[in-house]
Structures are given as C-alpha cells and as structure tokens.
Unconditional design. Structure first.
Lengths: 200, 253, 200
C-alpha cells in the first residue's frame, strides 16, 4: 500500500507517464502521440516528456518491458534478454486436430465448392464467423470472389495447404458421398433441407 | 420473489381472488385444483396490466410466459389423468414438483445473471488487452496430418435429419389455445353443431388436450354449449344461442 | 546504457522476474505458472517468487501496469487510475451492456456449460438464439462441439475472455448456485411442503 504522502508528492508528469504506461499495455496496436494525447486529454508536448521518462524506465537491460517507437507510434515489446523464453512461449506444439466447428466448415467448403459465411451458417445452423476466420488465419481456406449480385458476400474455397494437410492430390480425391447426392448441387440441397428441418 | 408486476398481478377469477404468487403457492400446496383455474382470464389480466404501463417489461413477460405455460401444463395433466402418464409419465403431484424445480432453476440462473451484472459494474475500471500484443512474435500454427474421412463424416452428420425432438419437459410445448379458439369459432360460423372428436381426429394427444382447453374456455365465455349423450360418447359442440333455443323448447314442451 | 557491472550484480530472481515481465507483456492471454515455468525453463516455485516481486512492482498506485491473477493465470492490465483514459481509447467487449436475455444465457452457459441452445431455451422458457449469437460475437462464449447423437445441437462454453471481462480467477470463482438468493431456498421449502403433504 502506498502512503498518502507519496501520492501527494507524485510529480504530474510521472502521473501522466503512468497513464501512458497503462494505455500502452492494453493497446493491441502502436499508439501515436495524438492518440495518447486524446486519450489522456493532455498536450502532445507533455506526452513527449512522459514518453522520455518511460523510455528510461522501460529501457533494455532495466526492465523486461521495453518501450519501442515504431511506425505509427509507441508500443511495448519484450526485452532481448527474454528472446529465448518468448520463442518458447510462441513456438506452438503441433496441433493434433481441428475443432468440430472448423471441421464442419471445412467439409462444407471442400465438398460444395466456394461458399460464403451465410451459406455455412445456414447449413450448420449456427453463425460461422469465427470458424471461417480461424480457417483463413490458418491458411486452410481463402477468399474466392463474391456471390453474384451487388454487395454479394465473400466466398471461400480450400487452399493447396488444405490438400497437403489432408493428404489429397486434389479435391476430386475427397471420400465419396454418393449416397447423399450425385453432385455438389444435390448435396447442398440435401444439407439445406436438413438444416431447415433442424431450425423449425 | 417474482418481479413485481407478475407477482402482484391481482386476479379476480371464479375460483380464486388475490395476487398471482398466492395462486401459485396454493397450487403448489395442492390447496387449489389446477382445473378450476381460468388461464385465459389470467392472460387477459396480465395483458391489461401490461397495457396500463408505458414501458414493456420484457423480463416480466418472460417470467409470465414460463409461469402460464407451466400452469397450462398442470391443468392439462389434471384434465387427463390417464393420458398424463402417457404424456410425460408424470402425476399431477410430480408435475407440481417439476414446476417448482423448473422455477427454482430459472430463478437461480436469474440470480446468477444479476451477480454477473454486478460484477461487470465492479469491473468497469479494469482494462485488459484483448488480443495479441502489437510487437509480439508471430506464432505459426502447425497442423498435424488430417484424415479426409473426418470431412466426409462431418458432412454426413450434417445431412442426418435431426431426431424428433422430445419437448416432453419443455415449458412451451403447447400449441397456442388461441389457435383452437379461432378454429372452433370458424367451424361454428359454418355449422351449428359439430363433434369434438371428429374435429380433433388425427391431432396429437397434446394438441387434443389444448383443443379441449379451448373448448372449455369457449364454454366459460358463453360462446358455445357442450353436450354428451353419456360418458365417453362424442362431445357435441353447438353455438350458445342454439342451446338457449333448445332449452327454451325443452321448457316449453 | 547499463554498465556490465550492474548486469553481473543482478539478483537471479530479479532476472527471472524481468523475463516473466517480458512474457506477460507479449502474451495474448493470461499465462499460468506452468506456462511461465515452461517458457523460462525454470521451477514453478521460483516463478512464484518472481511473481511476488512483480506483484509488488506492478501494484495499483505504483505503476500504470498492474499484475493481476485472472482466468487461471497472470496478466497485466491497466491501472484503475487510467480507466477513464482507457475508456476513451478502447471499447470494452461489453461496452454497450448485455441484455437481460444475454446475461441469463451467459449465466446458464457458465454454470451448466457446455450446453446447447435448446438447453438454454428449456431453462429460460423462451428461445435463446439471438442472445447466443450476440454472446458468440462478443467472444464471451464459443462453440464446444455438438451434443452426442444424430443431428446433435451445437454446444457452447464460456471463453477465457469471459473470465477476464468478469475478473474471475477461474470459473470456480463463480458463486455457488446454492448461495444465490433466498428465493431458491424458499422454493425448495415449498417443494418440501408439497412432498410432505403427499407423504402424510
């Protein structure tokens, strides 16, 4: 606990520096001087003074948290001493499998051809936004134009990485689903019918 | 306690006068027969009360729906003691317990929701970073080799028709009584008399139960007359004015 | 620039504390003791000592960066003094408040999860589709497979973000349902009365 005396004695620039520190630790992108000034409702010159103070406090060799000026503003990074530990933290073990949501979304896109998020959502019966986003991020599906018509939704198709991961020479090598429909159109029809029954 | 508007809803029914929550207590204590309760009148009272207020209290509406549908369920079970077993294998007493259990569960969840809301208020001045740090190293996600059969399986599962969902214990599994009210009114606008059994033939037992409730409500409102030659004989439904004519004829004869 | 002499003189726990600081400032989610131990290749007990040190250094009123134990691990957050400045710059995931329906749905998923939309509807007595969709969109709940059996409904559970937003060390920090309110107890009493009346 801090003594009241120290609170009173706190230098205003130091107080501002703390607020800037707080903003930077929460930000997920570098913050510019102007953004910091707006957020703190303070003058850019005083922000600069606070930044000077923080630069000293969060210098390489003095703290694990290092203040860095990058394009677009200021951000915290890990100190160089901690590079190995950071590498271990971010080096992810090989993932064994996909979530149910990801697997279903991937199956729909692979078997039915380019599909939009609304398509996937209709067939699965739940919103597909996060599943699609995560598959795009992993490089298993990618954008493939838009649905016809103005303002059509973005469509997605599987990528070469998808084929590699599933050990397929091409999409034609997918296990057959003849019992569900003769072609992609019939399959789509069937899936939409079931989805409708599920929703009602 | 129930939210004020529902709890304090003053009811003036044939079988009961007082606040809704007392009615509920009496039902749970089995001091009152569910079959004596005029559900339509309760709904009417609630709608009137709601209309008097400027604001629509959605919370109260939700609470009310749960209560009324549970009440309807109790009433249907009490009306069809034999079929109740078939419907949900629940005795009326068990249904009363089920109602209390369901209400308690819903109430606990509402309490939990209130706790979360308080907590959110208390956490309002704590900010964490959401998402990755701007200067964090980028992590590659490496996926192990996958089996393509898993894709086929996933799609096959999506193509399976869903099971016929058993709504046996859902509060809102009844078709609206109003549906049958309208239906019977329409039939009677074309015909003076019809057989209830013939009219509900082919409907599920639950639908038949609700249809009968509708019939009773119409009878209570004085819109129709009911007659039955003997126990288990078809129930004959006629317009109320026709009944009065019959009565008059009978008395004059 | 720091003198080599000071580097040599650096206390080993202090050095470890700096590495932990560095890891926490780049991590995208709270880090558990084990994760910190793995990344630093150090013993959990020593990590604990380092955390103690950091807790003091990054205490409320002493730094803009505050160390917090949350969602099963440790994370940095902005100091409370900086809340206004943060609020001007960042949108909280639940900025615009949660509807009663969303809060009830969240409570049900937190306590009974993983559970499906029909589960939620059964308890609330009304459909929960839009509440579930809004909670997924806010990242407070996420898909967790489907219910077993044919045509199973998608199940949901709360996310680590939920724990962070509500400041919970873990889901175990939720109050026990039995402790919530007297209403439940009162209803149970009524229930017992019914049972007794029947038994007599």
């Amino acid at each position: 606990m801090e003594s009241p005396l120290r609170l009173i004695a706190l230098n205003p620039v130091d107080r501002l520096a703390r607020t800037v520190e707080a903003l930077l630790v929460v930000a997920s992108a570098p913050l510019s001087l102007d953004e910091l000034a707006d957020a703190t409702e303070d003058h850019p010159e005083r922000i600069e003074t606070a930044i000077c103070l923080l630069r000293e406090r969060h210098a390489e060799g003095r703290s694990g948290i290092v203040l860095e000026e990058v394009a677009g503003g200021f951000a915290f990074r890990a100190s160089r001493d901690a590079a190995d530990a950071c590498a271990r933290l971010f080096e992810r073990p090989v993932e064994r499998g996909l979530s149910q949501a990801a697997l279903e979304t991937l199956a729909i896109v692979a078997y039915l051809g380019p599909c939009s998020r609304p398509d996937v959502a209709r067939i699965r019966g739940v919103a597909a936004d996060s599943a699609v986003a995560s598959l795009v991020e992993r490089g298993l599906i990618s954008e493939a134009g838009r649905e016809p018509g103005q303002g059509g939704a973005v469509r997605y198709r599987t990528t070469p990485l998808f084929e590699r991961v599933f050990g397929l020479e091409s999409l034609a090598a997918l296990p057959r689903l003849d019992d569900l429909g003769e072609d992609a159109a019939e399959l789509r029809e069937r899936l939409l019918e079931v989805a409708e029954a599920r929703a009602s | 306690m129930l939210p004020t508007p529902v709890r304090e809803l003053e009811l003036e029914l044939d079988a009961f006068e007082g606040p809704f929550d007392l009615l509920l207590t009496l039902l749970l204590k089995e001091e009152l027969e569910p079959r004596e309760i005029d559900v339509a009148a309760i709904v009417l009272a609630f709608v009137e009360r709601t209309a008097e207020r400027d604001e629509l209290d959605l919370e109260a509406c939700g609470e009310f729906l749960v209560l009324v549908s549970a009440l309807l369920e109790l009433k249907a079970r009490a009306l069809f003691p034999d079929e109740a077993a078939e419907l949900g294998e629940l005795e009326p007493e068990e249904a009363a317990e089920e109602l209390a259990r369901r209400l308690a569960e819903y109430r606990r969840m509402k309490e939990a929701a209130a706790w979360l809301l308080d907590r959110l208020g208390a956490e309002q001045d704590r900010f964490f970073r959401i998402g990755p740090a701007p200067l964090a190293p980028r992590a590659e996600r490496v996926l192990a080799r996958q089996d393509p059969d898993a894709l086929a399986e996933a799609l096959r599962a999506l193509a399976l028709p869903p099971p016929t969902v058993s709504l046996g214990h859902m509060a809102l599994r009844f078709p609206p009584v109003s549906q049958f009210l309208e239906r019977f009114r329409t039939v009677l606008s074309h015909r003076r008399v019809f057989d209830f059994d013939g009219e509900v033939e082919g409907l599920s037992r639950v639908e038949q139960a609700v249809a009968l409730l509708a019939l009773l409500e119409l009878r209570k409102a004085g819109e129709i007359a009911l007659s039955q030659a003997q126990a288990f004989a078809p129930i004959r439904v006629s317009r109320a004015d026709d009944e009065r004519i019959h009565e008059w004829k009978a008395r004059s004869a």
